[in-house]
Design a binder for this molecule. Sequence first.
Ligand SMILES: [Zn+2]
Length: 274
Amino acid sequence: MKKKIKAIFTNKWLRYLILLLVFMGVISYLFWGPLFPWNPFKIGYQKIESSKATVYISDLTEKDSVVYRVDEMLREEEQFHSLNYVDDFKIFILDKDSDIRRFLPWLRSPGYSVSLSLVNVIYIGPMARKSQTGIEPILKHELSHLLIDQNTTFAKALKIHGQGWLTEGIAEYYSGRSFYGKSEFFTLAKMNDLYFTSLYEKNPLKMSTEEVKLKYAYYRYFVEFLVENYGMEKLQDYLKRYIDNPDAYKDYFVEVYAMNLDDILQKYKTSFEE
Ligand SMILES: [Zn+2]
């Protein structure tokens, strides 16, 4: 037996054949898994095209009719952010946890939705599909991330996501969803010693689910506070400066809102107490 195995590895052609099979196996795995967006055969997925985005969806139902309004959604996103989509992109709407594990094996939880801006791909995870409100709010959220990332460099996009507060706040506010109602959030903030003193927070991927929910509500209502008190144009102006230099976010508060961060956060806190 040992001799036979040895003979296989000493035979030049057999060695090439084995190498070729291993290589083909790796390639097939990649195109079946993480490289699926570039697989020409997307079996099990229906394709719906619009001007900038191509949607791939499994098990399309009436609940998912938003996929036929993608062009309109993109126009609204552009207007809200005062930015334009630069590159074409793909949106995958998944039905099974096993599919998201297959495509994004590095994700901690298989239910999530994510925007992979560097490669212009959005995944809408199974949790969004199972939610009461359907996929629309989550799709709006991820489209906001992609739009912002397409208008900055990769290094800055990484920094922006590491800070999280502005882009998650905008995405949550724009999507119209919230993990908590306003007064519920304020009560929870007090119970969890959230002091309304800092915005530079850790990467959402490093937070627990409870922390994500609380912080996202904090950021979301902060963006709402800025819009309601100082208007959309100021927020759009702030966003443009921020994506150009996310490190200078404190200075931009002074430039755009004529107030420093501590004062503006204090006002934000007070708005809950009124
Ligand atoms: Zn997000």
